[in-house]
Ligand binder design. Sequence first.
Ligand code: FES
Length: 565
Amino acid sequence: MATKGKGLGKGLTNYGDPAFSLYLRRSFAKSMGYSSEMLGRPVVGIADSKSGFNNCHRHFPELIEAVKRGVLGAGGLPIEFPTVSLGEVFLSPTSMMFRNLMSIDVEEMIRAQPMDSVVLIGGCDKTVPAQLMGAASADLPAVQLLAGPMMPTSFHGERLGACTDCRRFWAMHRAGKVDEKGIEEVEGNLATTAGTCAVMGTASTMASIAEALGMALPGTAAIPAVHADRLRAAEASGARAVELAKNPLRPSQIITAKSVENATRVLLAIGGSTNAIIHLTAIAGRAGIRVDLNKLNEWSDSTPVLVDLKPTGQYYMSDLYAAGGVGAVLRELKPLLHLDCMTVAGITLGERLEHEPTWVDRAVVLPLAQPLSDQGGLVALFGSLAPNGAILKRSAADPKLFEKEGRAIVFSNLDDLSARIDDPNLDVTADDFLVLQNAGPKSGYAMPEAGYLPIPAKLARAGVKDMVRMSDARMSGTAYGTIVLHISPESAAGGPLALVKNGDRIRISVKKRSIDLLVPPEELQKRKAAWKPPVEMPKRGYAQLYMKHVLQAEDGCDFDFLRKA
Ligand code: FES
């Protein structure tokens, strides 16, 4: 029998008579066929983010069944509930605009509904950050269960996987090397199973971060979506959630300054997505922890890249699982990690690593002493063009372009970019810097993954594969190139990026961590006086809430009122 303050008796609906509220709740729960014995068990909520608009989550019904099996076997009562789902390619203007909305949904529903712990099931890019942000704010014991990556597909003698190969073939199509029929055939072979993008894109990076933070059970981040181990991980997550309901271990005990540093080191060692910096900053912000981009540079300089996955390397996420998973990476990084961090499994990171099998495939996970690269994949740049910082994924960039001055070819927004980038009369050479303005959080486009500016068609046809590109936008974790992103403050907030004009000179130096607009300050002041915000405040609804409250990239693009004071 459910009693007040526990399980189904938590957080009663207020009718002015708590005993009546409990009696009414039990009665309505019984209408679903539950026995009194079941209703007296600890309640494990299962936050389900499946949707017909989310291909990556199409196997969630099977995962939920396995979670329930684990909960029931451990003596709990599993109750699933729907939340917002964010299918990366199905949302306009971009899923990023709705990450905070989903985080509010998750936070409020796990706080408002009667549950003692929760299993969060997510995977597609923004869903895991949203769930972790919500869980950190609600601070209810929570286990993150990941969707798992898609399997690559054998196609014409090679393996294809979303979405690095999506971009590779599209670039070949734009360069005239793959015709219409060919690209249609590729389209049907890029994403062929359930699960998240098959490379070390944002979803795989966030899955690895969830495990490194300690919020997902050890060894579960890289299991392919269609592998039987994924179902066993779901069952184990359900069983663990029952233990957490009885002996609470809260996100605030797991997401700490030390575990955020561990997660950042893992992000760097796996050559993870630039988006993950924004998401990790937002998750940490919900726990009152600040991610400092200067610290990121320090950690990046002392954390080697160990994992050889696309988009920077050759393998897929399913190969990482077969090679030893995130545990193999953590073992290599051991000397750099805080081993006393608590994990959701109820043991510390150090205890976890002591007890794990030690097999590793060295083709995929390299030893700390012989890394793929001595330094981490991401670097923050600062300077007169980005006073609050910008990010470059150096592991996905061409080192020949790291120390360079170039002429700015400016596109004032995304519409301008798509109208002119392929114009045969565009005055552009491979030595120029392509600059995109007004694609940041407050631009009206909500910081889309548009930072991977296409190489102008006439240069692509001439064989140019990379050039310096910069913007206040984000970039898909599956993309590559010498691309400076997240420039802050953004153009739409009147940052220096808004003042760049065609023909201005810009200098970047990865060595000096700098990015500078080489225009005299008096001239910039004149331009600033003439600058006008490019978008009006939306008249109503979530768009207005978003525009009023979204913060810049260095604050994780969270809403100001959601961060922990
Ligand atoms: Fe869902 Fe890539 S589209 S993870």
